[in-house]
Design a protein around this ligand. Structure first.
Ligand code: PEP
Ligand code: MN
Length: 360
C-alpha cells in the first residue's frame, strides 16, 4: 500500500473547517437514550454519531450490547437529526447487518485489529463497499499489525479508509487506561501522512478529566479528527462510565481546543513548530515518568540496605553506572559533561531517597 493523496479524498470532500468529530455513547442502551443524545449533538460540530451495538467486553457477564435492535435506533437517529451514523463491527454478520441498516461509518475495534483472521473476514465481508472504514490500533503496540489490518481492507477495494489511535494496554498501572505511545502514532503518520488519523481520547484516558489535554496533543500532532464518547448521564452509562462526557461538555471541549490550520507559510511554520513542541512535551513527560520509576526502585534498594544495615553510598557501583552511561550517551550524541551533570543530579536524588528510608 502506497501513501497517496487519494486516501484523504473522502475527508477533504467533506470540506470541514474543524477536525472530523465522531461522538455518541460507548454503547446504545435504549432507544430513548440513543435518540436523546443524538438530539443533543445535532447542532454541534459532530459529523458522525457513534454507538456500540455489539460490545467487546474483556470479561463475560458484563453488558454486551443490545445487538441488531440498536441498528434500528441508529436509522431513527439519521432520519430525525440528519447525523450520519457509526458503529463497531467485529465479524461478517455484524458487517452485513450494519450495511443493511445503512450505517455510514464502520470501525474495527482494538480487539479485532490484533487478529489477522478477523481482519481478513472483515475485509472479505466489506469488499468494494463505499462506506468509511476506520481501523483502531491493536491493543498491543505493534505498528505492523495496525498497518496490516488497513492493508487487508485496501486490498479488498475499500477506498474510504482511516485509522483511530486509542492507545495500548500495559500490565503496569499508569494514569492512562491505554497508554498513548505517541511515538508509535507519529511513526504511523510518517508512513501514511495522507491516511486520515483520528484520536480516541476516551479510550486512551479512561477518565473524562484528561480528554481535553489528550485531544489537544493529538491536534498539535496534526491528527484529522476526534472520537469522543458522549452520554447525557455519563456516571450511569452501562459501559465506560468514567470516560464519557455530556454533550454540553463536548461542545465546550471543541470550543476550547486550539485548532491549527496550514493555510499560509506562517501558519505552516506554526503548525510544524507546535508539532515538534508536542513531541518535546511527550518526551519530557516520559523523562519525569522514568525518573519517578527509577526513584521507586531506588527506594526498594534503600529498604534492603536498611535491613542489612549497609551504607547508602557505594562508590564502586556508582562509578560503574557512570562509565557505562558516558559510553551510552556518546553513542546518542550526548556530551560527557552533560551525562556527568545529569547523573550526578539523579544520583543525589537517589541518595536523598535512600537516606530518608535508612534513617527512618
Ligand atoms: C469503543 O469504541 O467503545 C471500544 C470498544 O473501543 P476499543 O476497541 O478502542 O476498546
Ligand atoms: Mn467504550
Amino acid at each position: 500500500m502506497e501513501n497517496s493523496k487519494e486516501m484523504r479524498t473522502w475527508l477533504d470532500d467533506m470540506g470541514l473547517d474543524h477536525p472530523l468529530v465522531i461522538a455518541g455513547p460507548c454503547s446504545a442502551e435504549t432507544e430513548e437514550q440513543v435518540l436523546r443524545i443524538a438530539h443533543e449533538l445535532k447542532d454541534t460540530d459532530v459529523n458522525y454519531y457513534r454507538a456500540g451495538i455489539w460490545k467487546p467486553r474483556t470479561r463475560p457477564g458484563n453488558f454486551e450490547g443490545v445487538g441488531a435492535l440498536g441498528l434500528k435506533w441508529l436509522q431513527k437517529v439519521k432520519a430525525e437529526t440528519g447525523l450520519k451514523t457509526a458503529t463497531e463491527v467485529a465479524n461478517r454478520a455484524h458487517v452485513e447487518l450494519a450495511l443493511e441498516h445503512d450505517v455510514d461509518l464502520l470501525w474495527v475495534g482494538a480487539r479485532s485489529t490484533v487478529s489477522p483472521f478477523i481482519m481478513q473476514e472483515l475485509a472479505d465481508a466489506l469488499e468494494g463497499t463505499d462506506k468509511i472504514v476506520l481501523v483502531k490500533n491493536p491493543v498491543n503496540p505493534d505498528l505492523a499489525l495496525w498497518l496490516g489490518g488497513i492493508e487487508r481492507l485496501h486490498t479488498a477495494g475499500i477506498k474510504k479508509l482511516g485509522a483511530i489511535h486509542r492507545g495500548f494496554s500495559t500490565y503496569e498501572k499508569t494514569k492512562y487506561r491505554n497508554i498513548p505511545e505517541w511515538q508509535l502514532a507519529i511513526e504511523f503518520q510518517n508512513k501514511f501522512p495522507d491516511l486520515p488519523l483520528i484520536s480516541d481520547p476516551s479510550h486512551i484516558t479512561g477518565n473524562r478529566d484528561m480528554i481535553f489535554d489528550v485531544s489537544q496533543t493529538a491536534l498539535d500532532l496534526n491528527f484529522d479528527g476526534l472520537m469522543i464518547e458522549t452520554h447525557f448521564d455519563p456516571d450511569n452509562a452501562w459501559s465506560d462510565a468514567a470516560q464519557q462526557v455530556t454533550p454540553a461538555k463536548l461542545v465546550q471541549i471543541m470550543r476550547d481546543l486550539k485548532i491549527r490550520k496550514e493555510t499560509d507559510s506562517e501558519a505552516e511554520y506554526n503548525a510544524k513548530l507546535s508539532n515538534l513542541r508536542a513531541q518535546i512535551d511527550i518526551l519530557d513527560n516520559q523523562l519525569i515518568e522514568a525518573m519517578g520509576k527509577r526513584m521507586k526502585v531506588s527506594d526498594g534498594i534503600g529498604e534492603l540496605k536498611k535491613q542489612k544495615n549497609v551504607a547508602v553510598l557505594q562508590s564502586n557501583r556508582w562509578n560503574q553506572i557512570l562509565g557505562a552511561m558516558i559510553l551510552e550517551g556518546e553513542s546518542k550524541g550526548l556530551s560527557e559533561e552533560f551525562i556527568l551533570k545529569m547523573f550526578k543530579a539523579i544520583h543525589q536524588e537517589s541518595i536523598n531517597h535512600q537516606e530518608k528510608i535508612v534513617n527512618g
